[in-house]
Design a protein around this ligand. Structure first.
Ligand code: FAD
Ligand code: MLT
Ligand code: ZN
Length: 469
């Protein structure tokens, strides 16, 4: 079908307000958040309902048109960016923002896929419940994108990742049929777990249009602390110490190296003085509980014990909500600071927590010897064994040199991760960034299983081509 006829057909299905034809208006949809990938599209289509998504998918199926689903476009692996062919339609869920049902007895919330994560959290809170998925992009990313990437964030340690927070899904299949799996059940073994298959499939198997999300009780008492330590091994020892003392109340446990704060400090006037001295590594800890039995006081005591034992060097428990917010801002500002500070080589790896410290020792030494020109920016969700073992290079490094260096460093770091029993993709997804690496590290049997699933659900290879597999 000619592009003009396709656009006309799509506009007939979703209305003129639901299609973006003008290249200037399309541009925010064609570039990824990190600015690494840029593509072209004949049209960005923005349906408002599941019925409209189904009609769009049917037309694309009939005309052999490839489709790239997109939520908030905050992904870090280029998964939502079309290729340069100009043939792939971008299907944006951003106008599907309906809250379908709040059920405080079943502790569930049913929403359209295009609802922003921050709005999901807000609606849960208004119902005196907590939706625990939390990440730096929560004001821009959509719940559909979170599910498509099986997002992690800062409270996985306690509540699990997006998959564990989802009870039901609604999905439009590549041929336009709708699978209504919007069940709010905590036990449901009637057949294969299709919901788990679509979660984390990064738009390669179907379009998620709705979800039933699991809510938790509010845990209004919080205690937040900032800690300095000599090494990652000390930080991991502190995690073990706090989990023994506080159990499930340990909600977030994040680590960052000194370099992470340095890049922020050079770019921000308001970088808070979190501790008086400078330390090689820092941890940000958050405890949360349903009742206030002096959580902050008990945390202060536990950190004092850890200091006396030599596990950490110094600690500060936030005195109030403002200093807690400052601590979180210092942690969550790292991604943005990195983008402004230079060209970034990304890693999104996970290892068993017990092997993290040894991994960092080996990787730091290897990187220093092989890539002395890079500056390591190592931070992440230590409580989940997930590190963003990133690197920074000057903005003016030529693109070819950067690409070569990134490929070599990715390979070097990933080899060490895999040798130590880890994964090369923990929470950001494979997208196009890690597609080649996936093939390298997955066994032929695992690749074959994934390809069989892909062929069964999307025989014409129209769903997000060039991503994941
Ligand atoms: P998009 O970027 O639009 O899409 C991501 C992928 O999902 C693409 O493959 C796309 O095709 C697919 N997709 C999107 N919507 C649908 C749908 N409805 N149906 C089918 N497929 C779909 N991620 C974490 O996990 N943890 C973090 O801590 C974290 N921190 C971040 C901090 C910052 C500052 C930024 C910018 C990003 C961060 N991310 C993090 C990455 C990103 O926010 C997540 O991957 C998020 O889940 C993506 O949601 P999105 O709506 O922006 O999806
Ligand atoms: C984060 O945890 O802040 C993001 O997932 C990481 C990143 O920018 O690599
Ligand atoms: Zn992260």
């Amino acid at each position: 079908m000619h592009a003009r006829d396709l656009i006309g057909g799509l506009s007939h299905l979703v209305g003129e307000a639901g299609v973006i034809r003008d290249p200037a208006d399309q541009s925010p949809y064609l570039r990824d958040w990190l600015g690494r990938y840029e593509g072209r599209t004949p049209v960005v289509v923005r349906p408002r309902t599941t019925t409209e998504v189904a009609a769009v998918m049917r037309l694309c199926h009939q005309t052999g048109t490839p489709v790239v689903p997109q939520g908030g476009n905050t992904g870090m692996s280029g998964g939502a960016t079309p290729d340069g062919s100009g043939a792939q339609v971008v299907l944006s869920l951003s106008r599907m923002t309906r809250i379908r049902e709040v059920d405080p007895v079943n502790n569930t919330l049913t929403v359209d896929a295009g609802v922003l994560l921050a709005d999901v959290q807000r609606v849960a809170h208004e119902a005196q419940r907590h939706f625990p998925l939390s990440l730096g992009a929560e004001g821009q990313c959509t719940i559909g994108g979170n599910l498509a990437t099986n997002a992690g964030g800062t409270s996985v340690l306690r509540y699990g990742n997006a998959r564990e927070l989802t009870l039901g899904l609604e999905v439009v299949l590549p041929d336009g049929r709708v699978w209504d799996g919007l069940r709010g059940l905590r036990k449901d073994n009637a057949g294969y777990d299709l919901k788990s298959l679509f979660i984390g499939s990064e738009g390669t198997l179907g379009v998620i249009t709705g979800a039933v999300l699991k809510l938790s009780p509010l845990a209004p008492t919080r205690a937040v602390a900032w800690v300095g330590a000599h090494t990652p091994a000390h930080i991991v020892a502190l995690l073990t110490h706090l989990q023994a003392a506080f159990g499930q109340s340990v909600t977030a446990f994040e680590m960052m190296s000194a370099a992470c704060l340095t890049i922020e400090a050079t770019q921000r006037d308001d970088a808070p003085a979190l501790l008086r001295g400078t330390h090689a590594y820092y941890a940000l800890i958050e405890l949360a509980d349903t009742q206030d039995d002096d959580l902050a006081g008990r945390l202060r005591q536990a950190l004092a014990q850890a200091t006396q034992a030599g596990t950490i060097i110094d600690a500060r428990v936030a005195e109030d909500a403002t200093s807690a917010a400052m601590m979180w801002r210092a942690r969550e500002g790292i991604s943005q600071a990195q983008v402004r500070g230079g060209k970034t080589i990304k890693h999104d790896i996970a290892l068993p927590i017990s092997r993290l410290a040894a991994f960092i020792d080996e990787a730091d030494a290897t990187v220093a010897a092989r890539f002395p020109q890079v500056r390591l920016i190592n931070f992440g969700h230590v409580g989940d064994g997930n590190l963003h073992y990133n690197a920074l290079l000057p903005l003016d490094i030529p693109d070819d040199d950067f690409a070569q260096l990134a490929t070599a460093m990715n390979r070097c770091v990933h080899d060490i991760v895999v040798q130590r029993g880890g994964t090369i993709s923990a929470e950001h997804g494979v997208g196009q960034l890690r597609r080649d690496a996936l093939r390298r590290y997955k066994s032929p049997v695992e690749m074959d299983l994934m390809l069989m699933i892909k062929r069964a659900l999307d025989p014409n290879q129209l769903m997000n081509p060039g991503k994941v597999l």
